[in-house]
Design a protein around this ligand. Structure first.
Ligand code: BDP
Length: 703
């Protein structure tokens, strides 16, 4: 057991009563139809069901007792079984309906209006069995709320993965068109959670991905994905027309979107792609950002840049997803994207979608929701989340991100209680047309896919939240734990869910509470604490105060980018949520929070709490050996131990940083002293130094 099966583990059902029930109900499989997703569904069920119920699977007939019937509503048997439920299905949705009474359930029909929908239904049925639910009296109709449920991989041509903590790329670009079992398991993994689109290469895109050679070699992968209901997309380099024609008979010396040769190049490229991959999704573009080329060089707007590609893709039904992640030397980097993109509202083509990170900075553990979501009411939008834990602990800290995603999706953009929420926007309820969610993926070729085994909880929950943005993170954590560690007893699952649900808060506590934000080493890997280095960038701590003043009254004015109800909430110290206080305001260390604590007390205490939480995760996991195989127990245990070590480094560094500046030791918090090495001045500070915790355990003294 090395974690490689993820949540697609089909070990035998444990509860004796349930097993008996399943053995009655799950005796035959009849799949009607020959489309590839139906064949994939048949393969999955034929492999899974005998193993889950511990008996062979027959082939029917369709009216035999104990039949699982899989197909589309085009099949008369399926349509009859579904009855009125059929009319509620949308294209990718599925229905699971059982017929017959109680123990006499004689047939379960798993269906979609499309074959891809039926395949999703097959995975949903398996999920019900893996989590040992009753299969009697089922009448489930489930349609995805979000149209584009997308994986974004930051994988490079050479097999490296930008910000990847799980090994090299799984795609084997150099070996394409050759496909491996890993490609197939990848497609299964996406389909099982409900994702339907994947961008396989880095947004910092090599133009090589658009060469005829590469496009030809990627065709079998696109076909494989199609069988699993997933469309292939590519990241495109904006300068491709120029770079790829250089040295040819007809070089194009520009990438200016207004140049007819550039427009023709994109049209030709789109035609070529769709000849090879008829269901190609489209291009994802990062332009004018961190060295990537874009329309700015030609005096064109971001909308003009997006539209030249959008227009080329439109005749084929393709889309361009254009990222708003640009930043430059603006006085407050949180404002830059808003200043560039808000004025372009309504100027993007109908098949262009603007993809915006959840917060205005860059995937921090806590940020306000990006003000662009509320501002762009005439622009199709995607929300960008980050599964790979660039700023949230790499593959060392177990951090279940679904609770954060839930907060973002629930945010009412026009003010407290005033829709649309971000979920409304990504579900296309605010503006008809393409919309969706993109997640920067956390997978690589490590055996366990995600670099540490709990990381897969994020992959699973991400896909499920895309399908159903109002899903409860705790319920998703529970499903993941049940499916991943089966067979697992009740208290084992409860303990795993408890760790997952506390993990986000624990990481925020031990790294950067109160919205301090960017606290990790900016030049390095974004992993270790660097409070001194980031001081002039994100928190401006002095001997008496800390925080970034972004108010309209005295600061950068960022709060004014929100509609008045939110602007007022953030602008006013008395209403600004504690969690975002230092993102919006600079306050004295003695400022009292809504919790009653002072800011400095809160910073000290949360850092101790966060380390304690990490220790409790390690201790809880150590006590769970009875519920899981030894190999995974040891591997995951080692992860939690590493997390404790790193949490201690964070606590010691941040506490010492703030003590050394503020020199505040309140009476009831005199449990630490700072060693002589910290009497250094800010400018020359190392980011790690010594803290002695006087009332602490032996472990602490090692720090
Ligand atoms: C930043 C990453 C960088 C990415 C960039 C992006 O550090 O590697 O290229 O985001 O999203 O967070 O384009």
């Amino acid at each position: 057991e090395d974690g490689s099966l993820l949540w697609l583990r089909y070990a035998q059902v444990q509860q004796p009563g349930r097993l008996k029930e399943y053995r009655e109900i799950l005796r035959h499989l009849v799949v009607q139809g020959t489309e590839p997703p139906l064949q994939r569904a048949a393969e999955e069920l034929r492999a899974a069901l005998p193993s889950l119920v511990g008996q062979p699977l027959g082939d029917g007939p369709v009216d035999a007792a104990g039949v699982v019937l899989v197909g589309t509503t085009a099949s008369p048997d399926v349509a009859r079984a579904l009855g009125a439920h059929a009319s509620r299905l949308t294209d990718e949705g599925y229905a699971i309906v059982s017929e017959g009474q109680g123990a006499h359930t004689r047939r379960i029909t798993v269906a979609g209006r499309t074959a891809a929908g039926a395949l999703r239904g097959a995975f949903a049925l398996l999920r019900l069995i893996q989590t040992e639910q009753r299969l009697m009296k089922l009448a489930i109709v489930s349609n995805p709320a979000v149209e584009l449920r997308m994986a974004n991989h930051w994988d490079n041509l050479d097999g490296s993965v930008e910000r990847g903590y799980a090994g090299a790329s799984i795609f084997g670009f150099a070996n394409l068109p050759t496909l491996t079992a890993r490609h197939r398991n990848y497609a299964r993994m996406l389909a099982s959670t409900g994702m339907n689109a994947t961008v396989i290469n880095n947004v910092n895109a090599s133009p090589t991905f658009l060469t005829t050679d590469f496009l030809t070699r990627v065709v079998p992968l696109a076909e494989l994905l199609r069988g699993y209901g997933v469309r292939l997309w590519l990241s495109a380099n904006f300068a491709s027309p120029m770079v790829l024609t250089k040295g040819t008979a007809n070089p194009i010396p520009t990438a200016d979107p207004a140049d007819p040769r550039v427009q023709q190049w994109w049209r030709d490229k789109a035609s070529e792609v769709y000849r090879l991959i008829p269901d190609f999704g489209g291009f994802l573009v990062k332009a004018d950002s961190e060295g990537q080329p874009g329309p700015e060089a030609y005096g064109r707007t971001q909308a003009e840049g997006a539209n030249v590609i959008a227009h080329a893709l439109a005749p084929h039904g393709g889309r361009v997803v254009w990222r708003s992640f640009t930043h430059s030397s603006f006085s407050d980097w949180a404002e830059y994207q808003y200043r560039i993109f808000a004025p372009l509202n309504g100027q993007f083509a109908d098949n262009a979608v603007l993809q915006t990170k959840y917060g205005p900075i860059d995937f921090q553990i806590r940020e306000p929701v990006h003000p662009l979501f509320g501002a762009l009411d005439r622009t199709h939008q995607m929300l960008e989340l980050q599964l790979t834990q660039e700023y949230t602990g790499h593959n060392v800290h177990a951090v279940f991100l679904a609770p954060m995603w839930r907060t973002v999706l629930d945010f009412p953009t026009r003010g407290p209680g005033a829709p649309p929420t971000v979920a409304d926007i990504v579900a296309g309820r605010a503006l008809p047309g393409p919309a969706g969610i993109a997640g920067v993926m956390n997978i690589g070729d490590d055996a366990d896919w995600t670099g540490y085994q709990f990381g897969a909880a994020n992959t699973f929950a991400y896909g499920r939240l895309c399908w159903q943005p109002d899903a409860d993170p705790a319920a998703l954590a529970r499903e993941w734990a049940q499916m991943t560690f089966r067979p697992a007893r009740g208290e084992f699952v409860d303990a795993v869910v408890d760790i997952l649900m506390r993990s986000y808060g624990a990481y925020e506590d031990v790294t950067s509470p109160l919205g301090i934000g960017y606290f990790t080493d900016p030049a390095g890997s974004h992993f270790d604490p660097a409070p001194a280095t980031t001081n002039t960038q994100s928190h401006f701590s002095t001997a008496t105060r800390t925080g970034f003043d972004r108010t309209v009254a005295t600061g950068t004015g960022f709060t004014g980018l929100y509609p008045p109800p939110w602007k007022d909430v953030y602008e006013d110290l008395s209403t600004c949520p504690d969690a975002l206080l230092l993102f919006m305001h600079q306050v004295p260390y003695t400022h009292r929070l809504h919790s009653g604590e002072t800011v400095i007390e809160h910073i000290y205490d949360t850092h101790f709490d966060g380390l304690e939480a990490a220790r409790s995760f390690a201790a809880t996991w150590a006590g769970l050996a009875h519920g899981v195989d030894a190999a995974r127990h040891a591997d995951i245990g080692a992860s939690f131990d590493a997390q404790v070590d790193h949490a201690r480094l964070w606590r010691d560094t941040v506490v010492a940083f703030y003590f050394s500046l503020s020199r505040i030791l309140s009476e009831d918090r005199s449990w630490f002293q700072v060693g002589a090495g910290t009497d250094l001045l800010l400018g020359g500070w190392p980011n790690r130094f010594e803290v002695t915790i006087t009332n602490a355990t032996a472990q602490d003294h090692e720090a």
